[in-house]
Every structure is written in C-alpha cells, then in structure tokens.
Design a protein around this ligand. Structure first.
Ligand SMILES: [Zn+2]
Length: 304
C-alpha cells in the first residue's frame, strides 16, 4: 500500500488527508483554518506544520496540492488566487522542500474532477465534466481519459462560458455575461436578496427574515412553502444553468457531468429542478464525494 497526502486549500479552511492510493480511500483527515489575513507565508507555515505531524504517523510517499486560482501546473506556482492572498507563490517547491518528498499542484476544479474520476462516481469512464458551484463557478474536464489542460494549464474555466450577450453582466475575468455571473451561489443569493426587497410581503421575504438573512438555501425553502416569487426565481436560475450545461454537453459530449458545491446539498431538490430543462443526452449527477472530491483529486493527481 502507498499513502499520498492531499492538501485542499480553500478560503476558510485547508483540508489535509492521507489517501491510500490503491484502495482509493481517505484513511485520515484533518483541517486547519486558512489564516487569510495573516498572509501567504503564515498559510504555508500552517500547512507544513500539520503535514509534518501527519508524516510522523503515516509513511507518505508523495504530496498533491489543490488551490483556487490561476495555477502554473508545470512549475507548481500559484499565480493569483481570488480570495486567498497568494501571489506568484512557488507552493509545490516550498512544500516539497519542507517535507522532503515530491509535490504537485493543480487548481481546485481540476482536482475535483480528478477526485471523481479516480475515486468517485466517474471511475471507469473516459469523458467527464465537473462543474463546481460556489462563490464562483469552476470546472474540470477529463477528455478521453486525460485531463484537458490547454495552453499554460488554463483550460476548463467553465464558469466563464458566455451565456448572455444582450444584457450581459461584467465579469472579473474580462468577459461579459459569463455563466458564473448568473448561476454561482453568489448570483443566486444576490437575486434572492433583490427579490425580497421588491416583494417584502412574500413568503421569500419571510423566510429570509426568519433565517436572519439571505443565502443559497433561502429560495429553495420558500419555494417548498409554495412561494411563487421563489419558484419563479429558481425556474429562471435552473433554465439558465441548463442552457450553459447543455452547451457544454454539446461541445464535450461527456458520459457524465458531475455538479458539486454547497448548493447541491439540496440534492434531489436541485436535480429535479434542473433536469426538466436539460437535453435528454445530458447525464448529470451530484458529486457523491461532496467536499472530499477536491482532497482525493489533490492527492491522486499523481496517478493521472
Ligand atoms: Zn468571466
């Protein structure tokens, strides 16, 4: 048996896990808060300290890291990373030098699809697309058994697929009308908040008040209670989501599209609203590994 250490760096916590690379199982995992305001050196120090503790208990052979942001995979560098204070950070080398074992780095979207492909619901398939829905929308694509990396490793940015050209919202990526501007959890939350202001007497507004604010769940709860405003909002959200997803399916014709992210905790509430808008050839599931697919993928990127 051989053990790989996976490190999944997110905006609120860094998850670390020991993966048995043959059984494809997490045998130990822990996490540490991401000290975003303390800066990149502090975050790297925390990761190294926890990794060393883990290495006292497990004979780790390799380490794989997943991080948000623009990644130079070949050189193991985080160029920029959205919510994280990383800038031109040679993360793979820093961690490899500190731990004395080889390290690899990729972005979180790629790690998520690798996780599902090697340890999750996409095992045995050859063409798989992953869509991760959070503050933004990320993605990863396995094409004929290989990760689609593109020039400088920057392929698979599915959140920046343009779906609106007539009244487009500007996006930080430089384009206008990107998928993530309409279907990220942040976009749904913003639309929900706006609807509560326009319809203060609605069930939606009452749900927001009861729960002390609006989040990605608010519209789902209100729709369950029969709120027409929430139903309309979700209908529009899923129509738009399906439009992007169907176009992605037309391009890659994957055997499976896997969707992950907090909003998919709605489970059947999510899929049953999405499916009616989808093409019949779109095979869509919610990630059964949930938050662990990034950790699996980080650790197992060595095997791809
Ligand atoms: Zn964009």
């Amino acid at each position: 048996m051989s053990y790989f250490l996976g490190i999944d760096i997110g905006g609120t916590k860094v998850k670390l896990g020991v993966v048995d690379s043959e059984k494809r199982e997490i045998v130990y995992d822990t996490s540490v808060r991401t000290r975003v305001t303390a800066g990149q050196d502090a975050i790297v120090e925390d990761i190294i300290a926890v990794s060393k503790e883990i290495m006292e208990k497990y004979p780790i052979e390799r380490v794989g890291i997943g991080s948000a942001g623009r990644i130079d995979r070949e050189n193991g560098i985080v160029i920029t990373a959205g919510n994280l204070p990383f800038r031109d950070l040679p993360l793979a080398k820093l961690i490899s030098d500190a731990l004395g074992i080889p390290a690899m780095l990729d972005n979180d979207g790629n790690c998520a699809v690798i996780g599902e492909y090697l340890a999750g619901v996409a095992r045995g398939k050859k063409d798989v697309v992953m869509i991760t829905v959070g503050t933004g929308i990320g993605g990863g694509i396995i094409c004929n058994g290989k990760l689609l990396v593109g020039k400088n490793g920057r392929a698979g940015e599915l959140g920046h697929f343009v779906i609106n050209i007539y009244d487009p919202k500007p996006c930080a990526c430089g384009l206008h009308g990107c998928f993530e501007q309409y279907c990220s959890t942040k976009a749904l939350t913003a639309n929900t908040a706006e609807a509560t202001v326009f319809h203060p007497a609605s069930i939606l507004a009452a749900v927001a008040e009861e729960r002390g604010g609006v989040d990605g769940q608010t519209a789902f709860i209100a729709a369950e209670r029969g709120c027409h405003i929430a139903q309309h909002l979700l209908n529009k959200y899923f129509e738009t989501f399906a439009l992007a997803l169907d176009s992605i399916v037309k391009i890659f014709m994957p055997e499976l599209v896997i969707i992950a992210g907090g909003i998919t905790n709605e489970g059947e509430g999510f899929l049953s609203r999405l499916r009616p808008h989808l093409l019949p050839e779109a095979e869509v599931v919610i990630s059964p590994l949930k938050g662990d697919c990034g950790l699996f993928g980080a650790a197992l990127q060595w095997l791809l």
